[in-house]
Design a protein around this ligand. Sequence first.
Ligand code: GAR
Length: 190
Amino acid sequence: MKNIAIFASGNGTNAENIAKYFSKSESIKVSLILSNKAEAGVHERAARLGIPSFTFPRDSFIDGAPIVEILRQHQIDFIILAGFLCYVARPLLDAYPGKIINIHPSLLPKFGGKGMYGNKVHEAVLAAGEKESGITIHYINEHYDEGQIIFQATCPVLPDDTPDSLAARVHKLEYEYFPKIIEKVVGEAK
Ligand code: GAR
């Protein structure tokens, strides 16, 4: 059994979708949820799903040591960022080399980078008059949204789209593909 931890800063619909996908798996288990926000909706979802969840201040994710300690306690093999808005720095990258993946709600390298998250991404896509958007699943490195791309899927941007309607279309792609890609990547990892 490989244990995964999900890091999430907000609502946590992806975290819930991933946890449900693996709830009957014999090879992968969502064993821990970490956040930098005590008020994040993801904690309520975690409680409902019976998954331990904890909040750490932003600095802990940069320092790394307190996070690595709790990850070790829960025997975590792999980390999934699902709407996690804190920087993940060297100590954590070194503790989990090639074992941290993120989902971003656009077709990277477009509309990525610091400060680009959630509806800000969709607003920028609409403002640029893009005809297409989508999702990118990628390994992370020390630069925001620049790690090696694992998978992308696209959806149309419609003429009457609002950031919310586009977000809903992108979320559907996330729910469909993110668990399957996690299954493949974690399954293949040593
Ligand atoms: C998702 O759309 C995810 O792609 C995005 O935040 C949303 C979280 O939704 N991530 C980023 O923007 C990262 N830069 P959720 O909390 O409902 O899963």
